[in-house]
Design a protein around this ligand. Structure first.
Ligand code: NDP
Length: 493
């Protein structure tokens, strides 16, 4: 494996010998389960690392370590300032080792290295953002007018666990472990079996950042490991990112075990609304980005496009030209920084998205794309369907690939009705030059995030999460922080 440009010679992450085991008590140890094969999605070839999955025994061990670190280990006595310093150091190490982390993540996920190199500063900035909170946490107090002085404290939950999907594992790692550690919890990460090299690479920085053993651990394995974690009696919280179906299973397992706290960041079928007074070239940029970035494998991907009738023909011509050009350039090597559109994550996801497209083609007109890629690798051309029927799977279900469904509308009311006609409610995008209209729509569209004249926005300070089947709770910002504490009231007579 060749080092990407910019990899420092003293990198703590060695891409020749990537971490190939689970990370317990600040040490890499081999899991006791089956070997987890990893394939490079650009050609389907095996990646030469041998990692064994965690077993139930490994899971129990990780939880015991985390519990001990939380209750009696040095971590339990750390001050906010100490936590701030370690999280800041971790952020610095992520930056220093960014090229190697990004490269390893690109190998197993097929995500373009160009994109992952841009994501590294976002990962480190989330660690830094939460480092900033660690020594500023506070509670409330109420006067003893009734003879009782009241103190309200925010206390860490205990052992927290982050279960993450393959599509942005590095960012999810920082979104979950950052606030958990800032508030004094211990954390166990369980990345997807499809893309865990980047998360393990971050684990290899944990000791150098100064975290004591048991504070930040990583277990690799498939859904069975996730299921053991979500039903574990000694885990206090699961923060999950992935499909709505798995999210429901996790919530169910949490309820049936110890009623652990659960945050769910789930799927979507997000709408983009383009009005005739919008800057159409800017709208085109954001709309096409919304369904092609990460090859459409984004929870907030804008997979439903609604265009006002008066401009529909002109706008859709632009969409066709832009996405059609991308289809001509399929097959770029994701490990080459000149590539910006990669394959989907694996053969299973390729088949799933292809099945959606083939089924859609039976009933609905294709504006662009739809043809099957004939060479090696799991590449899928951006595909646009025109006016699918309301009962079609391509219209109703999350596809998690570069597939866009388009409808037209005449009035604002019609646009709102179409946008809200889904079980999901993660994100939406509105393109108009009329701020009053933008604000009216922002109130009426039922999504956790509304983007006006932009799309897929996410940042440290602002909460992110879904209405309806798109999730429970929020990540990022102060709202994300609050998901990792329990509130305690003390009455003093
Ligand atoms: P899942 O939602 O099934 O997996 C996400 C994470 O949960 C992975 O770490 C997975 O482990 C783990 N997991 C799986 N089953 C369980 C379980 N019963 N209990 C606890 N954890 C579990 O996504 P998939 O990878 O299977 O993808 C399936 C579909 O989900 C995709 O095609 C896509 O449509 C959608 N999806 C949506 C995402 C979003 O952000 N909206 C993100 C990812 C997927 P492992 O992968 O190792 O089995």
């Amino acid at each position: 494996m060749a080092a990407p440009n910019g990899t420092p010679s003293n990198s703590l992450v060695d891409i020749e010998k990537p971490p190939s085991s689970i990370f317990l008590n600040n040490e890499f140890v081999q899991g006791q389960g089956d070997v987890l094969p990893l394939f490079n999605p650009k050609d389907g070839k095996k990646i030469p690392v041998e990692v064994r999955a965690a077993t139930e025994e490994d899971v129990d061990k990780a939880v015991r370590n985390a519990r001990e670190a939380f209750e009696t280990g040095p971590w339990s006595k750390w001050t906010g300032e100490q936590r701030m310093k370690a999280l800041t150091k971790l952020a610095d190490l992520v930056d220093e080792n960014g090229p190697a982390i990004a490269y390893l993540e690109s190998l197993c996920s097929g995500r373009p290295l160009s994109m992952l190199l841009g994501e590294i500063p976002r990962v480190s900035s989330t660690f830094r953002y939460y480092a900033g909170w660690a020594d500023k946490l506070k509670g409330d107090s109420y006067p003893a007018e009734d003879g009782f002085y009241k103190i309200v404290r925010k206390e860490p939950l205990g052992v927290c666990c982050g279960i993450t999907a393959w599509n942005a594992s590095l960012m999810f790692c920082s979104w979950k472990s950052g606030p958990a550690l800032a508030t004094g919890n211990t954390v166990i990460m369980k990345p997807s079996e499809k893309s865990f090299l980047g998360t393990l690479a971050i684990a290899s920085l944990v000791q150098a950042a100064g975290f004591p053993p048991g504070v930040f651990q990583v277990l690799v394995g498939d859904g069975k490991v996730g299921s053991l974690l979500s039903s574990h009696m000694d885990i206090d919280k699961i923060s999950f990112t992935g499909s709505t179906a798995t999210g429901k299973r996790i919530q169910d397992a949490a309820t049936k075990s110890n009623l652990k706290r659960v945050t769910l960041e789930l799927g979507g079928k997000s709408p983009a609304l383009v009005f005739d007074d919008a800057d159409l070239d800017k709208a085109l940029f954001w709309v096409t980005l919304g369904i092609t970035v990460n090859t459409g494998q984004v929870c907030a991907a804008t997979s439903r496009l609604f265009v006002q009738k008066s401009i529909a023909d002109a706008f859709l011509e632009k969409v066709k030209a832009s996405l059609g050009a991308m289809s001509q350039a399929l097959g770029g090597d994701p490990q080459d920084t000149a590539t910006h559109y990669g394959p989907v994550v694996d053969a299973q996801q390729f088949q799933k998205v292809t099945d959606f497209i083939n089924e859609g083609k039976k009933r609905t007109k294709v504006l662009t794309g739809g043809q099957e890629y004939q060479k090696e690798g799991y590449y899928i051309a951006p595909t646009v369907f025109l006016d699918p029927e309301p009962d079609e799977k391509i219209w109703r279900e999350e596809i998690f690939g570069p597939v866009l469904c388009v409808k037209t509308f005449e009035t604002e009311e019609e646009a709102i009705q179409l946008a809200n006609d889904t079980q999901y409610g993660l994100s939406s995008a509105i393109f108009t030059s009329d701020i009053a209209r933008a604000l009216r729509l922002a109130s009426s569209v039922r999504t956790g995030t509304v983007n006006v004249n932009c799309n897929l926005m996410v940042g440290n300070q602002a909460p992110m999460g879904g209405f309806r089947s798109s999730g429970v709770g929020r990540e990022l910002g102060e709202y994300g922080l609050a998901q990792y504490t329990e509130t305690k009231t003390i009455w003093i007579r």
